[in-house]
Structure formats: structure tokens, C-alpha cells
Design a protein. Structure first.
Length: 342
């Protein structure tokens, strides 16, 4: 099916509807179309082109193809391709690229100009890897959302006052509602609030479906005030309205642990560090004061040593250029001393 001559016409190659029970009916093949004469390319371009094609045909390249949902080339086609590549005309001075895998370090050689190294990384790839690690670290510190508690809630309005409902009455109400809902009395909580007498019973269940089932049973047994009064007769409760039975889904409060308080040792260490800082500042201030006093003493001594010279003239010798030559009868020019008062 594949022409023996790689330079021949490939238009007749058709992989559709090939025979075999495990053959996919619609199969396509990818090609590299390359000039046989690459001698006009510069050596670097030719080396990159050849490396790209040879990498795709290598074991690593074929593994990447499979990972991207391509099929691995049969051994016969790999041999066919290598033989085809060997017939290409390459430019003078051509030097092929070689590969250094990250798992097989080639000391010094791997840093060469004609080596494609798996150990080299772009900054973008490094930054992505670092971000993935940071995200994983943050996810590890995030507490999971609190579990949702499902329940069937019964609200009963009864005659009398809140004081009329004792703890024993609450236990009887819980037992009656638990029996109706088909749950354990320990799953029922009873709260009594004012507004005549408002009794709220919460039937805790393991799922939303169980809460709905309990609600349906309670609605059936508590369909009228009389039926509800009869159901709660052991608690001596007179129900005056039809109870409201609903399902509720609530989240448990977060159980996140607060940050630990600093230990006594840490507090003592902090105090000691503050004391050290204060002591250091005191030493610096003392040093500056001593230096200032010393400089003041030097200035005073200087003035004291030179007070007798203040206002007195100081002789300075000033030289003037020699006068030009004159006749022997001219009087000589000498050096004049000037006096200055400083």
C-alpha cells in the first residue's frame, strides 16, 4: 500500500475500510513532505529540520503521539522512514543535533550548542511549575466545606405557657415524634419558645431522602390538631393548630482550629529581644554623647592654646619678580616685608 519509492505518488494510498475485526474504518495518516535536496539550506536550519523529524520518529516522540491520542507507527514504517531520511542531500558542514534526556545527564556535553536537552527549562515553564506547587500547597491548607445536616422540622402551637412544658414533656414529645418518623429518639431535639407555646422538634437524618420520608410520615400522623394532641398525649400537650412539617438542610459550623497562642517561652524571648534592642539603642546614644563631648574638649583646647596669638600680626614672606636689568647707577630693588593683621 505504501510505495516502495518514497519519491513516488502517494495519492493512491487509502486506509479507509481496511479488512480486520479490530481495524478502525476511518483511518488517516500524517505525512512529512520534504525536499530531497536540502543542500541550499544553512546548516542550522537543516539540523533543526532533521532533528524535528527524527524526534517524532524516536521512541520518545512516539510515546508523546500515543499520549495525544495518535497511534504508534509500526516498526516497518519506522525503518522505511529512516531509510528515506538517509537519502536526503544535506548542506556542507551539516552537524546533527543530539538529545540529552532529563533522566540521562550528559555532564558538560549536555550544555553544548548542538544538544537539545530535557534539562533546560524556559522561565514560563518554570513559573507554571512553581504556580502548580503553590496552588497545591494552598489547597492543602483549605478546610473542606462543613457537612450538610438534613432534618425534618415540626413546629407545633400548643395552649398554655412555656413553663407548662417540663423536661419530661420534652422527652415524651421526642419519643412520639421519633416513633412517627421511624427514627431513634436520640435523633430528635425539642425546643420550646414563647408565642403561646411554640414547640420546635428537629428530626436529624443522614440524607435528604430520609428527611423527606420522615416529613411525609409526620405530616400523615399530625394532619390535624386533634391527631397531634392524641399523638402527644403522654406529654399532656393540647395542640391548637395543624403543625408545620418541613425539611431543612443546614451546614454545621466550621471546626477550623484557631492559630495557637504563643508559648510562654516565645513571649519571654520576645521581651528579651525588645530589651536587647532597647539596650543597643542606649549604647548607641551613649557613644554619640561621648564622641560629642570629646570633640567639644578638642575645640576648647585648640582655642585655649591659641588665645595669646589672637590679634597679633603675622609675618609672611612675599616674593616679587626680579626687576629687569638696568644701568649700574640704578639702586637695587630688594624684598619688602608686608605685615598683615589676622
Amino acid at each position: 500500500m505504501i510505495p516502495t519509492d518514497p519519491t513516488a505518488d502517494f495519492s493512491a494510498v487509502n486506509l479507509y475500510d481496511q479488512a480486520g475485526n479490530t481495524t478502525w474504518p476511518i483511518t488517516m495518516i500524517s505525512y512529512f513532505y520534504m525536499n530531497k535536496d536540502l543542500s541550499s539550506l544553512d546548516v542550522n536550519s537543516a539540523a533543526l529540520l532533521m532533528y524535528f523529524v527524527e524526534f517524532i520518529l524516536s521512541t520518545v516522540g512516539q510515546d508523546m503521539a500515543v499520549a495525544n491520542l495518535f497511534s504508534r507507527l509500526p516498526a516497518e514504517l519506522l525503518t522505511y522512514n529512516q531509510q528515506t531520511l538517509s537519502t536526503l542531500m544535506l548542506p556542507t558542514g551539516y552537524t546533527p543535533y543530539t538529545t540529552e534526556l532529563a533522566s540521562t545527564t550528559q555532564a558538560e556535553v549536555g550544555a553544548g550548542a548542538m544538544v537539545v536537552s530535557g534539562k533546560r527549562r524556559s522561565y514560563a515553564e518554570y513559573e507554571r511549575t512553581a504556580n502548580v506547587a503553590k496552588i497545591a500547597s494552598l489547597e492543602a491548607t483549605v478546610s473542606p466545606p462543613p457537612p450538610v445536616v438534613h432534618s425534618a422540622r415540626v413546629e407545633i402551637s400548643a395552649a398554655g405557657s412555656v413553663a407548662d412544658v417540663t423536661e419530661a414533656d420534652k422527652a415524651e414529645i421526642a419519643s412520639a415524634i421519633a416513633a412517627s418518623a421511624g427514627v431513634s429518639p436520640s435523633s430528635v431535639s425539642v425546643t420550646v419558645v414563647s408565642a403561646s407555646v411554640r414547640i420546635i422538634a428537629e428530626v436529624i437524618t443522614a440524607s435528604a431522602d430520609e428527611a423527606s420520608s420522615a416529613m411525609a410520615k409526620l405530616q400523615q400522623d399530625m394532619s390535624t390538631p386533634e391527631a397531634t394532641t392524641a399523638m402527644l398525649s403522654s406529654a399532656s400537650i393540647e395542640v391548637i393548630t395543624v403543625p408545620a412539617v418541613t425539611t431543612v438542610a443546614t451546614s454545621e459550623p466550621s471546626q477550623s482550629t484557631p492559630p495557637p497562642s504563643p508559648s510562654v517561652e516565645a513571649l519571654l524571648q520576645s521581651d528579651e529581644e525588645r530589651d536587647n534592642d532597647t539596650r543597643d539603642l542606649a549604647f548607641v546614644a551613649l557613644g554619640i554623647g561621648i564622641a560629642g563631648c570629646f570633640m567639644g574638649f578638642l575645640a576648647f583646647a585648640f582655642v585655649l592654646c591659641n588665645k595669646n596669638n589672637l590679634g597679633k600680626p603675622v609675618q609672611r614672606e612675599v616674593s616679587f619678580p626680579k626687576a629687569p636689568s638696568v644701568s649700574s647707577t640704578a639702586e637695587p630693588h630688594g624684598v619688602e616685608l608686608k605685615r598683615e593683621v589676622v
